[in-house]
Ligand binder design. Sequence first.
Ligand code: ADP
Ligand code: MG
Length: 693
Amino acid sequence: MRPPILFPLFAPINTLKGIGLKTQEFLNRLCGNRVVDLLWHLPSGIIDRTYSPKLCMAKENTICTLKVKVIEHIAPKTKKQPYRVICSDGTGDLVLSFFKVYPESIHKNLPVGEVRVVSGKVERFQGLLQMSHPDYIVKPEDMGTILGIEPVYPLTAGITNKLLNKIMKQALGIVPQFSEWLDEPYLKANNWPSFNQALKSAHLPKSLANLEPNDIARTRLAYDELLANQLALAIVRERVKKQQGREIKGNGLLRKKILQILPFNLTQAQEKVLKEISADQASPYRMLRLLQGDVGSGKTIVAFLTMLNAVECGAQAAIMAPTEILAKQHLETIQPLCEEIGLRAELLTGRVKGKTRTKILQDLEDGKIDILIGTHALFVEDVTFKDLACVVIDEQHRFGVHQRLALSNKGNKADILVMTATPIPRSLVLTAYGDMEYSKIDQVPEGRKPVDTRVMPVAKIDVVVDALRRKLDEGCRAYWVCPLVEESEKTDLAAAEERFETLQKIFGDKVGLVHGKMKEKDKDAVMERFKKGELSLLVATTVIEVGVNVPEATVMIIEHAERFGLAQLHQLRGRIKRGFQASTCLLLYSYPLSETAHSRLNIMKETEDGFLIAEKDLELRGGGEILGTRQSGFNEFKLADMTVHKNLLLTANKDARMMLELDPQLTSNRGMALRVLLYLFERDDAVKTYLAG
Ligand code: ADP
Ligand code: MG
């Protein structure tokens, strides 16, 4: 249950005063529909209203806050003229001008003979100092409410900065006084303000420097958010680690046989991660380990050897792929090897039906199948193993912590190895996989030829088609990738279908098409024909991104390359890096080309190192490119900025782990405060599931 102290913050935004239906809608679009969403919406600029000169000294084109006496109202003679109010401070005159206003309201706000404080930009017009539509008109006794630095928020249509400031003030006013959830000595050492103070300061910047993410108030808030993230992961991690596992220590005979059969030696990196994995398997606790390796680094064989370790101990193992195509591909690698050493590997996907399925399920339960290969979906269903001791999950996209935990409940204390081909910068590994141990294959097998990557405008498509024709004549196979078709974008996107048709006109029946909306069965059929060489040019949406292995394919053309994120481009290019032949990647772009998109394409030209690309991606995304963030699914922070706060993350990670060692149930004073923090940043799943009380 959410602590009651947080109720006001999680209440709908219209619990604040003066928010009508329209405003509520606009605010919802701007930041969300709860008070807390509003509080995380920090200013991006300031207006300085501290400049308060005498009129004779006032700098033109500057925001001034002026105390003046109202002398005279001059109504407009024509519709084009403004309504004018002449004021003076004894040293000079100021004309306040208004278009399209009701004279009554001006009279009310600016009665002749009275003194008022006005704030706004002063300009010179027809020789006179003028302020057009002052931002503020207040009585002298209220001068304090405007004389200062005004925060400027990112806005949306329908919300003015003035209105937002007013609402924000209310919102800040209802933030309850929280007990400190940070470690006091750490807080003192950093000289950080309390959460409440930090939130207030962040919303009331005094200078431009206060807007920087490394400003002290913002830093404290970022740390709070990172700590919530790390604490939630640490809770999950602790709990999984404490689970009794089994000691898997195979005799190594099967693995030895396989290593003899393989036409290559393992790379040093493969050896290293296998050692790390084997140590986990041998320990009495459960393994929960992430295996990272760039495309083509040889993760499959590592997974297979990991599973063999369990099989050597008489248990079963399973590997789950994100798609049917990939599951089949794993089968093609693993099954022949298994046959050589007298093991049985089977494929179980949604398409295996009827008697075959019944038999596989039965044999699995009887322990006659050693290794099961399937898709994620199947493992959610009721598949019973005789003795499942090892699960390998080949990830396509990120799995949530909870999905991982649901999986870990399968099998007999089974060890879990999660593989990902998306190179993730170290800092993000912590935020997303902080609950897991971590291994990295940081080397690809020797002898691979670099990909010749070129960037060119789509206007040169004729040249591209000519070059492609030569390649196809030489017997090469090629991919042509188009961005996904989104309904709203149909008009300006070179949809895969259209491209398919034009290319078919040129290359005839050598051309095939696969896209995400196709039936799995049809997709496979096309892929199969491409694999066999019946098709030599495959037009595709990003469905081919995921680990499809056609070693003969050596050419890739990516249309609208500027629309893809770096990670995605890297994955795509990985498809033609499989063999030892030279290969070519053409990145076609269209205008307008943003600066970030331009940098992305250049990075692709310069390097093939997935981890380097991932780091660059993070840097570029720091610039606020939403596309990349959304695509890689790491945009989970509201206040922390991973390009700036990386170091805080490491501290938060240590802090969280230490805290759980001292107070595993979070029942101490700090522990209770931390529970509130978890709820505040909505990382409460872990609390609900694993903490008592
Ligand atoms: P990924 O990490 O992308 O899943 P794979 O496991 O599919 O990579 O391996 C890519 C290719 O490299 C496969 O054809 C595989 O047989 C081969 N391979 C794996 N390890 C080595 C190695 N140590 N030396 C040479 N080739 C290897
Ligand atoms: Mg693979």
